[in-house]
Design a protein around this ligand. Sequence first.
Ligand SMILES: Nc1ncnc2c1ncn2[C@@H]1O[C@H](COP(=O)(O)OP(=O)(O)OP(=O)(O)O)[C@@H](O)[C@H]1O
Length: 468
Amino acid sequence: MAYWFIGALYISASREIKRFESVTKSPIYTHFGETLNGVSTIRAYGHEKRFIEANYNKIDDNAQPKIYMTAANRWLGIRVDLTGAFVSFLAGLFALMASGGRVDAGLAGMSLSYALNFTQHVLWVVRFYSINEMNLNSVERVVEYLDITPEAPVSIPDRVPPAEWPAEGRISVEDLVLQYAASLPPVIHGISFEVRPREKIGIVGRTGAGKSSLALAMLRIVEASAGRILIDGVDISQIGVGDLRSQLTIIPQDPVLFTGTIRSNLDPFNKHSDSELWLALRRAHLLGGDVCEASQVNSAGTISEHVSPESSNGRIIIHESSTADGKICTIDGLDMAVSENGFNFSQGQRQLIALARALVKRTRVIILDEATASVDFDTDAKIQATIRNEFRESTLLCIAHRLRTIVDYDRVLVLDQGKVVEYDTPYQLLSKSKGLFQHMCLRSGEYDFLFAAAKRKQLATDASNAKH
Ligand SMILES: Nc1ncnc2c1ncn2[C@@H]1O[C@H](COP(=O)(O)OP(=O)(O)OP(=O)(O)O)[C@@H](O)[C@H]1O
């Protein structure tokens, strides 16, 4: 009973100490990771000392429960030893007193030796029991994750869309309502619009209007709370998310690159030849120089006319000086390593690699989310030209901050506070007095340029319609 009492006290204290220790451990890792990511900024502002101190404080916070744990173990040891000594003493006393002192010497020795061992065993029973209980803290955390509602299945066998889906790229959004969580207010409030096959739609709006949320809804990263999205007549909420996502391409604001090589990032399933990958890199302006034709890519996967690749152990090395404009040339082979999250590339280069990935994949529906936000104007213009030429057969939804990017698109969808406020050709919207799009163009400081470009596009469209 004495052991049980001591054990119960020890376990209830050590369980909580362990909890403190676990809770104070993750801030150390988080802070350390964040410091590593932002080390150049920290150095630039001379704040190394502050971050080192913050690190020490977090380590101290974590060390405190560790000291208490050691103290609790010593507390337990002393009490268990004292109780053990008492047990041994009683065993000796009983041996002397039992049967009037005529107990066998061997038996007396054995009972004394058992009494001494007993203390050690009890100590370990209490220790192991408490370690077991403390470690169940981690199980408790895992159980929290088990309770999270999983995403929809990757594929639903009896609802797999046809292999050629989407053949046209027609998108219908019907009364779409989006919420990030049931407890949060909607960020998209019942919007409806239609996108015709192969149309190029610019999506604009103020910060927080819901543009990125709409892109996430297209991929079902955020599920619709009400309403639906149809692509070529298929309600995307009824099919597997894998089937949906494999047929769409998104170039997000902050593209994800995987640890591996340029090749594994462009073509993770090894479905394309090296020459196709090189061509995509060149068309995404990652190699500098003008866009070349497939015929200029030779069988080794090198681009014969514009650059002079050297072959070295199967790798193709393109020197910066050998490109026509030498601008972004940093790719030194399809086997060039891509580090975690693509941190060995700039944000702009990561977007260009994502564009190259889209060029390789060539899906019928493409979503660009500020796809060219981190590149300079010249490169942006080139990329826009590539997008126009290469994705001619695809339906394109482009979320843009630079209005000149989308002013010659087929139509512009203007979102404001989660609602569609305008949806028409750029020229019609610019001609509409006091419209939000017109207001945004006026504020951009390049109204004349935008108006002229929109008018040119309208005339070209009208002429083409008249021809048909
Ligand atoms: N993960 C999230 N959880 C909760 N609310 C979010 C989340 N992401 C965005 N929101 C909210 O949704 C609304 C729309 O955000 P969204 O990112 O779609 O706007 P946006 O038009 O793309 O803005 P920006 O031009 O700045 O990228 C905002 O009010 C924002 O606070």
